[in-house]
Design a protein around this ligand. Sequence first.
Ligand code: ADP
Ligand code: MG
Length: 135
Amino acid sequence: MTLTTKSPAETKKFGQELARKLRSGGVVCLFGELGAGKTTLIQGIAKGLGIKQRIISPTFIIARKYDNFWHIDLYRLKSLAEVQAVGIEEILSDPKSIVVIEWPEKILKILPKHYYEVRIKILNETEREISEAIH
Ligand code: ADP
Ligand code: MG
């Protein structure tokens, strides 16, 4: 499924709708360059899950946990060992966790068999093409 959003609010709304499919657990891999709107989309997912805290881009922290919801941002990740130290494999294999990953291309080797794949493409300053597939 592919759609175009015309504002950050529309991208958040997409995330909010995606959250409905995640309530009982799941992994979402968010692909897209810097500034594509990955964190914005995650704010929508968190809202859809009823999480009240504000979701920000973790700067030096790889993983942040909000209840059973994990926001993982691998932008600064240098090696697979670094995430393994955080215990990412346990997080990913817990059927009850809801995990959203920015820059998942850095850990392709350890991603679970099944996950939601969301790709965000910058069309122009305010428009994003979002495609969603089940991997
Ligand atoms: P990423 O996490 O992919 O680096 P962010 O979500 O942090 O991206 O930032 C996306 C930026 O793009 C924000 O400044 C946001 O306001 C802007 N933006 C403009 N149009 C859109 C859109 N349609 N959807 C999402 N973000 C948008
Ligand atoms: Mg981000």
